[in-house]
Design a protein. Structure first.
Length: 388
């Protein structure tokens, strides 16, 4: 590896985690402050790219495949590894360290084992992962054989072809994961948000795993079953959703003003919620209303997500258990069963445990199953000067 000033290479593994892909880096190779590596990360992924394709780097033109994960052994007594998530903004020349990526979390534990960052015995393991972005702990359960993570298995997840070994992710005490520090940042389960240029709109502001602003799809003239391309084609819709996101960011205390909020692209996510209904997935498969408890779409980094961000799904599952929230209103009552969410790539299931006491609502835990797969190991090149 040459110096950061002259450009060079970084040892890396390119991995899929859930419905995302990222460069996986060891912290020992990324010396000093992570923020100082912004020019190298932008060069490696090809950002900014006004064409939105990132052909000159490892990115894939959408937020879900323009990511970097940095992993190291943890010095915390309650964690085995530390994980820092870096969102590389596709069209803007900057990185965002404000939130977590739940999908790539499924790759962090196996990567740590394969790279020898932690020592574990063969068999079922449970790694404790501390996410430095949100200051929250996640437990990852998976199988190890011959000293390496097992990737082959029979679990299929929506949006990914083929099957893989199950990786269980348990988010411990996920409430207040972003800079808000509170499950309900404003103290209200629903409220009227005054959005400049749009007017008043009813929302639920919830921060679990990552911060989200939830809006009824119907309040924006939508059914909630629209696929990503259809959402992008609605005149002015993405601009209206962007305005809602900025207003929510300020209301939640993530940013002090709309200008600062515009520089934080990862959170809050914007979630469009609707009751269970028949729809079609991106693959053309039918999604039947009786098979889901909620219909949802999420705007991530300014564009409709092709599936659902995992952390946004956890936030949906938590919000669905908070009586009075817009998500609770739209969702079918499912008792203690996991929430089944109809989304663009199929049906995603998430479990959440929520309690209420004298101090208010508290998210205790959220759980998912994901799969992961290493795609390439080698070195990634970067230039000293950001391309574009």
């Amino acid at each position: 590896m040459t110096s950061l000033a002259t450009g060079g290479t970084l040892p890396a593994v390119f991995m899929r985690g859930g419905t995302s892909k990222a460069l996986m880096l060891r912290r020992q190779d990324v010396t000093g402050a992570i923020a100082a590596w912004e020019p190298a990360f932008l060069s490696a992924m090809d950002s900014p790219d006004p064409f939105g394709r990132q052909l000159n780097g490892m990115g894939g033109g959408v937020s879900s495949v323009s990511k970097i994960c940095i992993v190291e052994p943890s010095t915390r007594p309650d964690a085995d590894v530390d994980y820092t998530f870096v969102q590389v903004v596709v069209r803007e020349g900057r990185i965002d360290l404000s939130g977590n990526c739940g999908n790539m979390l499924s790759a962090v534990g196996p990567f740590a084992v394969d790279e020898g960052l932690v020592a574990v015995a063969d068999g079922p393991v449970c790694l404790r992962i501390f996410n430095t972005n949100t200051r929250k702990r996640i437990e990852a359960g998976f199988e190890v054989r011959g000293g390496r993570a097992v990737y082959r298995g029979d679990l299929a997840i929506p949006g990914v072809t083929g099957t893989g070994a199950p990786i269980r992710l348990d988010f411990v005490d996920p409430g207040g994961a972003t800079t808000t520090g509170r499950l309900l940042p404003t103290g209200a389960v629903r409220q009227i948000l005054d959005v400049p240029g749009l007017g008043p709109i009813e929302v639920s502001l919830v921060d679990a795993a990552n911060a989200c602003v939830f809006v009824r799809a119907a309040d924006l003239g939508l059914t909630g079953t629209e696929l990503p391309a259809a959402l992008e084609a609605v005149p002015g819709l993405l601009d209206r959703l962007a305005r809602i996101r900025l207003a929510a960011s300020v209301a939640m205390g993530i940013a002090p003003d709309p200008e600062a909020a515009a520089r934080i692209v990862h959170v809050p996510f914007v979630g469009l919620v609707a009751p269970p209904q028949d729809s079609s997935s991106l693959s053309g498969a039918a999604i039947r209303a009786p098979d889901v408890d909620l219909t949802a779409r999420v705007i991530s980094n300014g564009v409709p997500h092709q599936a659902l961000p995992l952390t946004a799904t956890l936030c949906l599952a938590v919000a669905a258990r908070i009586a009075g929230s817009l998500v609770h209103e739209a969702a079918r009552a499912a008792g203690d069963a996991a929430l089944r969410v109809g989304m663009p790539s199929g049906i995603l299931t998430a479990a959440a445990t929520v309690a209420r006491d004298g101090t208010g609502w508290r998210a205790e835990r959220g759980s998912f199953f994901r799969t992961a797969r290493p795609l390439m190991r080698g070195t990634v090149f970067y230039d000293a000067v950001t391309p574009g």
